[in-house]
Design a protein around this ligand. Structure first.
Ligand code: NAD
Length: 492
């Protein structure tokens, strides 16, 4: 059992209260590490450290180009540590080593991209209508940013916040999930090594209600960037409103993945699998509702079943494994409950449907990849986010109906469409109400392309050039070039 500490103001610290949270490896079912159970006092100390770092000349007076250079150095260090960080994430959340290593090797690109962008944020000289006035704008950092993240891809989802926040000149407190904090603690130390002054990047570990809530309510925090479930998102939004903080929310989804009549079935099966069984379905953008044209339904379900049957469940560290365990016990129980709910509502189990304890998986929280057919869009499994390897297959008869079903959800994070017809593809991209739409692809994200939700899937976007503005505020400056100040009693 290893202990990992928080990083506050450049110091590694245990919680003031001396308590710890055990991190359980979802594959072995055994605790393998401990992180401090931070409370309000620890959260407040991290905010104070971040607020002090904002005023530290070693950070405040850096040029944008110097900040960019630091970000690029951090990117290099992340790359050098990719394998170690991936191993920590796999032990924490049970996701495949292949997936986590791929993520870790891709993370540096975000720091190179936003590092390059840091000195390209240009204000404007505005040709003002006010005679004798020179008007210009500058962009300034917001201040202390709190980043709150879930357990499914801790470092990727932190990076979506951290890279633009630092490029913009803010300081940051990260609160990772209580289920998967270890990688973040180790990750943060790389920023110190890269040369970021102490307090620019801080990490507090602990539960949302105990430690996260203090961060969100702290008066010295300017912005909260949250990724997580609807309940946490709503609580954060309400708490942040109390003292008018900037907020971005990346929440859940119930994304449709639509297989049109003319789709290439072999490719679309791979798309369905990457939508729901990759990452064991524990991804916000999961294509958990598979809408299949009625003429291709049976053929598709059979091909899907064959493909899934060949996917090995097992040790996530093993390169042969395609489906790992569920990340924690409560999530495992929730997934199994939803399968029962689906059966109770009349769905049929076309594949899977049970916990899995086959060879090598005896101690982990495994659920068989589950394909439910005869699902209607009114059933709970079609409306509520499960966050596990459970696919609801829904038939449709034409494009109008597919679009209506796809949009009949409170969510709007992502959608996939499988068709060979370009005109049809354009129609779907226009009609679907979702923040990201893939055509003949699924689960593709890029540091250069905005990501975020329509409707209840969130507020704001992450990634891409414009999104750095989510971490900046505009200052407008008028300079009077005339000697005379005219009538002071009227607005100029
Ligand atoms: P969660 O909402 O339970 O927790 C997320 C984080 O919020 C954790 O760090 C938790 O401690 C913290 N938290 C919870 N309540 C809080 C409060 N009141 N104040 C402050 N912090 C609080 O989510 P989870 O179970 O860890 O993750 C799964 C959810 O995350 C799913 O709904 C999934 O769709 C969503 N998610 C969304 C995206 C996206 O980009 N849209 C990406 C990944 C995951």
């Amino acid at each position: 059992m290893q202990d990992f500490k928080m990083l506050i103001g450049g110091d590694e610290r245990a919680a003031v209260g001396g308590e710890w949270i055990e991190s359980v490896n979802p594959y072995t079912g055994k605790a393998w590490a401990r992180v401090p159970r931070g409370q309000a006092e620890d959260a407040a100390a991290a905010v104070e450290a971040a607020a002090a770092a904002l005023e530290n000349p070693a950070w405040k007076n850096l040029t944008a180009s110097q900040r960019g250079a630091l970000l690029r150095k951090a990117g290099d260090l992340i790359l050098a540590n990719a394998e170690r960080l991936a191993d920590l994430e796999v032990q924490d959340n049970g996701k495949l080593k292949a997936e986590m290593l791929g993520q870790m090797r891709y993370l540096p690109e975000h720091y190179y991209y936003y590092g390059g962008l840091a000195d390209k944020i240009e204000g404007a000289v505005i040709p003002s209508d006010k005679a004798g006035m020179f008007a210009h704008t500058v962009y300034e950092p917001l201040g202390v940013v709190v980043a709150i993240t879930p357990w499914n891809s801790p470092l990727l989802l932190t990076t979506w916040k951290l890279a633009p926040a630092l490029a913009a000149g803010n300081t940051v407190v990260v609160k990772p999930s209580e289920h998967a904090s270890v990688s973040m603690v180790e990750f943060a130390k790389l920023f110190l090594e890269a040369g970021f002054p102490a307090g620019v990047v801080n990490v507090v570990t602990g539960f949302g209600a105990e430690c996260g809530a203090t961060l969100v309510e702290h008066p010295k925090v300017a912005k909260v960037a949250f990724t997580g479930g609807d309940g946490g998102g709503r609580a954060v939004y309400q708490a942040a409103a109390k003292n008018l903080k900037h907020v971005t929310l990346e929440l859940g989804g119930k994304s449709p993945n639509i297989v049109c009549e003319d789709a290439d079935i072999e490719q679309a099966v791979k798309g369905a699998v990457s939508g729901i069984f990759a990452a064991t379905g524990q991804t916000c953008m999961a294509g958990s509702r598979l809408l299949v044209h009625e003429a291709r339904h049976d053929e598709f379900v059979e091909a899907l079943r064959d493909f899934v049957a060949a996917a090995k469940l097992g040790n996530p560290m093993d390169r042969e494994t395609k489906i790992g365990p569920i990340a924690n016990l409560s999530q495992y129980e929730k997934v199994l409950d939803y399968i029962d709910i689906a059966k109770g509502e009349g769905a049929l189990v076309a594949y899977g449907g049970k916990a899995y304890h086959g060879a090598g998986c005896e101690n982990g929280w495994f659920v068989e990849p589950t394909v439910l057919t005869e699902v209607s869009n009114t059933m709970r499994v079609a409306r509520e986010e499960i966050f596990g390897p459970v696919l609801s297959v829904i038939r449709f008869k034409d494009d109008e109906e597919a679009i209506a079903i796809a949009n009949d959800t409170p969510y709007g994070l992502a959608a996939g469409v499988w068709t060979k017809d370009l005109v049809r593809a354009f129609r779907y991209t226009k009609e679907l109400k979702a923040g990201t739409i893939w055509v003949n692809a699924y689960r593709v994200v890029s540091y250069a392309v905005p990501f975020g939700g329509f409707k209840q899937s969130g507020i704001g976007r992450e990634n891409g050039q414009e999104m750095i503005k989510e971490y900046l505020q505009t200052k407008s400056v008028f300079i009077n070039l005339d000697k005379e100040v005219p009538n002071p009693f009227v607005l100029r």
